[in-house]
Design a protein around this ligand. Structure first.
Ligand SMILES: *[C@@H]1O[C@H](CO)[C@@H](O)[C@H](O)[C@H]1NC(C)=O
Ligand SMILES: *[C@@H]1O[C@H](CO)[C@@H](O)[C@H](O)[C@H]1NC(C)=O
Ligand SMILES: *[C@@H]1O[C@H](CO)[C@@H](O)[C@H](O)[C@H]1NC(C)=O
Length: 567
């Protein structure tokens, strides 16, 4: 009896084959693309169909029950399992049937039963098949289904659950297997994001501290919260062209998992990208972002999206179960192409596990290394260097008798301060290179001036070490060189500082800083002039009156200079 039925079914199948190409489900031609023949465009709205499996892990040879079900009926289907990291690759493993009346095995990729399809266009709402894992299975496997609702309405290659081999990392749980369409059109957000719930229901990175994007238009805001296997991100900030954020394993740019929200004439496109080095981010062709929404108002770009913690279909994306630094950047864009950010990105002060407990993060736009660079250079040249020079220029005649470790006091102090200047300059000089990892072409004249100062600075102690004896006939050459190079270095250093304090990585309140620095330079010059006049005064007295200075006069003279030194 059963044999008769089978025979009839086969007979029926053969008859149908001659009538229609697709109704019988013999769709081997679609093995690769999973695209039904003679069909137009796949439907891109959310599909009413779901693929589920009864296990999240497997070992070679395991049987996995795969269920395709729908809240609406469907007529045709094609189910395959593929390597999750290569969903365009060939079908793997083989299926056995649960109900041969409505399903049949196909030979794709030369493997018998590596795909299943319908046997007729009878309406159904559920179909089950068993997938047997092959002996050489990839670490993660994804199920995919093309589902035909009616003749012209179908959904192409709906992504199903990802399962992983027992010894591999956990795959998304099966709660995420709802076949929401990834290309669902983004929604317009009805209202701005809010910082309410930061630290309790979501993690937030906010700049300036504790601003609220729902009321402040001048607020950079990034939040993320985990629900099941997906993480939702919200990004907001005032920008002409784009706002973006990146997950980074270190505090440097490059090799980051970046997400861009680009304003293209009032419409925002939300894209996942990958940065290698400091080049233009490579926008991903694979869509891993779901639940996309955006909003533009008052010059503020806002966007949100969700993605799953693991994205085996796009291995460039970072797994969100790990700890990352967060970068928030913004800038201008043209025709949907972003320009390099003109502001230093906001970098979170520490790294955090994205799926970890909610936290409020703080960030800084000024890297610590660059701050140290600025501080060291200021101490070196405004304090140590200029005082050391004053010692040599105006304090030689003082303390003529006293010595310190066998040398004149002025010389000891001069040598000590100048060595300190060289040391601080050398250490500070290294920081920007450590931070950038290479020569910065965007810092203007500052790095060139800085290098000149560094070279001149190194010349000084070398020259001093090989100086001729004080009574040598060539001593004057050394005196002039030492004086000239020292002054040149100081002048270039000061000019360099003026360029340096305007660097965006320092984020100083320009033009205030320039004012302060100018005032200091003027003060130093006045100080030198006064000391010079004083010196001339003393010498003139010496010559004109040929008077031997009394003890008290000497003391007065010394006191005057010391007061100046302290100031
Ligand atoms: C997709 O399907 C929905 C409902 O099933 C239908 O309203 C819509 O017109 C379809 N879109 C396309 C492009 O076929
Ligand atoms: C899934 O279903 C298959 C077929 O019914 C069965 O062999 C397998 O043990 C099930 N796996 C789990 C984890 O329940
Ligand atoms: C996160 O998952 C990856 C694989 O997806 C794994 O290698 C890593 O150890 C996990 N990290 C943590 C902190 O659990």
């Amino acid at each position: 009896m059963w044999n008769l039925q089978t025979a009839l079914a086969i007979f029926g199948t053969l008859c149908l084959t001659s009538i229609s190409g697709y109704k019988n489900g013999k769709v081997e031609k679609s093995c690769e693309s999973m695209m039904p023949e003679h069909h137009s465009q796949p439907n891109t709205t959310a599909s009413p169909y779901t693929l589920t499996v009864n296990a999240s892990k497997f070992s070679p040879g395991d049987n996995i029950r795969v269920t395709l079900s729908g809240s609406e009926h469907f007529e045709g289907f094609l189910i395959q399992a593929r390597d999750a990291t290569n969903p365009d690759g060939p079908a793997i493993g083989s299926f056995t049937l649960v109900d041969p009346e409505i399903s049949q095995r196909l030979t794709c990729n030369s493997i018998e039963g590596s795909a299943v399809s319908h046997t007729s266009n009878a309406k159904k709402t559920e179909i089950q098949v068993i997938w047997k894992a092959p002996s050489k299975a990839p670490p993660t496997v994804q199920f995919l289904a093309t589902v035909l609702a009616h003749y012209k309405i179908f959904w192409l290659k709906l992504p199903g659950p990802v399962i992983s081999q027992g010894d591999v990392t956990p795959a998304p749980s099966q709660s995420t297997t709802v076949m929401s369409t990834k290309s669902a059109s983004p929604s317009i957000l009805p209202q701005p994001f809010t910082s309410e719930g930061c630290g309790t229901s979501k993690s937030c990175l906010i700049d300036p501290v504790s601003c609220n994007p729902s009321v402040d238009t001048n607020c950079f805001f990034l939040s993320y919260s985990t629900l099941g296997q997906t993480v939702s991100f919200e990004l907001s900030g005032p920008a002409q062209g784009y706002v973006s954020f990146a997950l980074s394993k270190d505090k440097w740019m490059g090799d980051d998992d970046a997400y861009l929200c680009i304003n293209d004439e009032g419409r925002v496109s939300v894209e996942a990208a990958h940065t290698t080095g400091r080049t233009y981010p490579e926008v991903s062709s694979k869509s891993v972002l779901t639940d996309v929404g955006w909003r533009v108002s008052d010059g503020v770009i806002q966007c949100k999206f969700s993605r799953s913690i693991y994205t085996p279909q796009d291995p460039v994306r970072f797994s969100l179960n790990n700890s990352y630094y967060l970068f928030v950047a913004h800038g201008t864009a043209e025709y949907g192409m972003i320009h390099r950010h003109t502001w230093q990105p906001l970098i979170s002060s520490h790294h955090q596990i994205i799926t970890g407990p909610p936290e409020i993060l703080t960030g800084s736009r000024s890297p610590l290394l660059m701050k140290y660079h600025g501080a060291l250079m200021l101490i070196a040249w405004m304090l140590a260097g200029s005082t050391g020079k004053l010692m040599a220029a105006y304090f030689k005649p003082d303390w003529p008798e006293q010595t310190l470790f066998g040398q004149k006091i002025w010389f000891q102090v001069h040598r000590m301060l100048m060595s300190l200047t060289v040391l601080l300059t050398a250490v500070g000089f290294g920081f920007p290179f450590v931070y950038r990892g290479k020569w910065s072409t965007r810092a203007g004249a500052h790095p060139y001036l800085g290098c000149t100062v560094m070279i001149l600075t190194f010349c000084q102690p070398i020259m001093a070490a090989f100086r001729p004896a004080p009574d040598s006939s060539r001593r004057w050459i050394f005196n002039w060189l030492h004086w000239g190079v020292g002054n040149a270095a100081e002048i270039i250093a000061v000019v360099s500082m003026f360029f340096g304090i305007r660097q965006q990585s320092l984020l100083l309140p320009y033009p205030w800083t320039t004012g302060v620095l100018s005032a200091f330079v003027v003060w130093t010059i006045v100080l030198k002039l006064v000391l010079k006049l004083h010196k001339h005064d003393v010498i003139r007295k010496d010559i004109n009156c040929k008077m031997i200075q009394t003890e008290s006069e000497m003391k007065q003279n010394k006191l005057f200079k010391i007061i100046y030194l302290y100031v």
